[in-house]
Design a binder for this molecule. Structure first.
Ligand code: ADP
Length: 176
């Protein structure tokens, strides 16, 4: 299963995949971090489509087109704000991966790239988030295609190392 999962360090807006995932907020109207970068790269039509969606609850996901991005689709998901771990942050983060992958599956998306949801402005501890991301992805991919390929795109080295070691530990091998 590990051969269907990749970990790279880079900028998700440059990824040549069918769908990229956005770490959005509940308004879906744009923000900082990866959200801002995706809106800048996709152009103003993305915000226009997002406005028509009426927001998204934490732990769920919504699909839009990718407009000027190389990716055809953007899946917007809303991660939990970390507040110590007693507000079901783990369960909500797992929900982000599950619902994003389910949307991708329904759309026939073969390749999908995720950023490290919630570990920037939302302060979720990276090691813990990486384990949840990899566990949920493995669970989903078992017996399910599409997507055939999942890439975790990490912006900084520390995040990259956390996701790499989560894949090695949980998928029983090195990421391809
Ligand atoms: P959240 O609000 O869910 O915490 P952030 O965008 O603040 O979302 O951070 C999530 C992760 O995305 C962080 O690791 C951040 O460094 C990373 N990030 C920021 N810009 C990009 C980008 N262009 N491509 C990939 N990851 C990015």
């Amino acid at each position: 299963m590990g051969d269907r999962i990749d970990v790279i360090q880079g900028d998700i807006t440059k990824c040549n995949v069918d769908a990229i995932v956005n770490a959005a907020n509940t308004t879906l109207l744009g923000g900082g971090g990866v959200d801002g970068a995706i809106h800048r790269a996709a152009g103003p039509r993305l915000l226009e489509e997002c406005r028509s969606l009426g927001g998204c609850p934490t732990g769920q996901a919504r699909l839009t087109q990718g407009y000027d991005l190389p990716a055809r689709w953007v899946i917007h998901t809303v991660g939990p704000v970390w507040s110590g771990g007693r507000r079901d942050e783990d369960g909500l983060l797992a929900g982000c991966y599950r619902s994003s992958l389910a949307l991708a599956n329904g759309q026939g998306v073969e390749s999908i790239a995720f950023p490290s949801i919630s570990t920037g402005a939302y302060r979720f501890p990276v090691e813990r988030a990486a384990a949840i991301a990899v566990e949920e992805t493995l669970r989903f991919l078992t017996g399910t295609t599409p997507p055939d390929r999942v890439t975790f795109v990490c912006f900084d080295l520390h995040t990259y190392e956390c996701y790499r070691s989560a894949v090695e530990r949980l998928a029983g091998g090195r990421p391809s």
